[in-house]
Design a protein around this ligand. Structure first.
Ligand code: BGC
Length: 399
């Protein structure tokens, strides 16, 4: 049978997300840029001009608004705002303020992420998150963003995917052995504690700027599914990689749920996707139902904190698979809403084909970007997904 469509609740966020380093281009003062260009770099290709969104953010916003979206999540770049420790750039702060004004002028509610994976190179050089004073430095940066976020910014995300930051730090400590064929490396405990402390301090800093800003953070959810008999092993595996970060959001104004695929866990640990599973360009199993599981697991742990899907999508060169993926994912969101799970919005990843942390090949975008001219072209999936913002209906697939 086919369900009747579920209507968006009032005020439901409907948008797409991006991150500064992945779209702006020439983020030369960041740790990632330095890693991309170091002699012993294992990174496939550097970000270079990326999508040139530093100069073309207005085109990005024009398109999103025209497509029917009402919300835009973007990040502001610490490495630009504080290019040298203690020196804050008024020009860069003004740049990001123009973006906030530009969003509002187009009818897009801005959700501003303060930190999306990249840090200033000077912060990295002094030891990153685990160095003395790191939390205070992040808090001071958060306070310094006042001119950007004090007005017209209803949502601020302090730190994107803190659990992935801890996982990457764990992998680095283990000698950068890379990711296992299934599952994630063990997160670094010290980094976990530091980013949780940084989040709590930054929430206070942002509330100090304007108590009406709704502050949260966004957690990567891998949808760990236990094979029969592996329930305890799965819970133990998931806890340091996910649950501690979700629990740290209790008391926040919202929590961001980000999910793409699932990971199955057997008695010996994570197991790769079945041979015959459809895989996306990131080699992840094609699994649109993931977001439904992610929402339900997060809701169980976080208490009555509202959930917002802040990233969800697929890397594919076949845009019809993207529509199919989003149809399945939105059906799972609709089912969660029907079950009275408190979901306040849905932001797709990603607005643009962008720099996927080492390569431009995995295309997650709703909008294609010509690598030579930077010309933007909305894909059919963007027209369809944006258009749902006008009908205010979430699609439901046959059950
Ligand atoms: C990150 C994005 C990334 C996406 C797809 C999330 O982990 O927040 O920056 O591009 O997933 O890998």
């Amino acid at each position: 049978m086919t369900h009747a469509p579920t209507r968006f609740p009032d005020g439901f966020l409907w948008g797409a997300s991006t991150a500064a380093h992945q779209i702006e281009g020439n983020n030369t003062n960041s740790d990632w840029w330095v890693k991309e260009h170091s002699a012993d770099s294992t990174i496939e290709e550097p970000s270079l001009d990326a999508c040139d969104s530093y100069h073309r953010w207005d085109q990005d916003m024009d398109l999103l608004a025209e497509l029917g979206f009402t919300d835009y999540r973007f990040s502001i770049e610490w490495a630009r705002i504080e290019p040298a420790q203690g020196h804050f750039s008024r020009a860069e702060l003004a740049h990001y303020r123009r973006m906030v004004d530009g969003a509002v002028a187009r009818g897009l509610r801005p959700m501003v992420t303060l930190h999306h994976f990249t840090v200033p190179q000077w912060f990295e050089e002094r030891g990153g998150w685990v160095a003395d004073g790191a939390v205070e430095l992040f808090t001071r940066y958060a306070e310094a963003t006042a001119t950007v976020i004090a007005e017209d910014v209803p949502y601020v995300c302090t730190i994107n995917e803190p659990n992935m930051i801890a996982v990457m730090a764990g992998a680095a400590k283990a000698g950068n052995i890379g990711f296992p064929p299934a599952g994630l490396p063990t997160p670094d405990k010290e980094t976990t504690l530091a980013v949780i402390a940084a989040h709590h301090a930054a929430v206070k800093a942002v509330k100090g700027i304007n108590p009406d800003i709704r502050v949260g953070w966004t957690v990567a959810n891998q949808v760990y599914q236990a094979l029969p008999g592996a329930e305890d092993a799965t819970a133990a595996y998931r806890r340091p990689r996910e649950d501690v970060f979700i629990e740290a959001a209790r008391g926040d104004d919202w929590i961001g749920v980000q999910s793409y695929t699932r990971t199955r866990i057997g008695a010996q640990g994570p197991i790769p996707a079945p041979e015959d599973a459809e895989r996306t360009l990131t080699q992840w199993e094609y699994y649109p139902a993931a977001i439904g599981y992610a929402l339900r697991h997060t809701a169980e742990l976080v208490g009555d904190v509202p959930l917002i899907v802040t990233e969800n999508g697929i890397a594919t060169a076949d845009d019809t698979r993207r529509v199919d993926y989003y149809t399945g994912a939105l059906s799972a969101v609709a089912a969660a809403l029907d079950d009275a799970i408190n979901v306040d919005g849905y932001l797709a990843w990603s607005a643009l084909d962008n720099y996927e942390w080492g390569s431009f090949q995995p295309t997650f975008g709703l909008i294609a970007v010509d690598p030579q001219t930077f010309e933007r072209t909305a894909k059919p999936s963007a027209v369809w997904l944006g258009g749902l913002g006008r009908t205010r209906e979430l699609p439901r697939i046959a059950a």
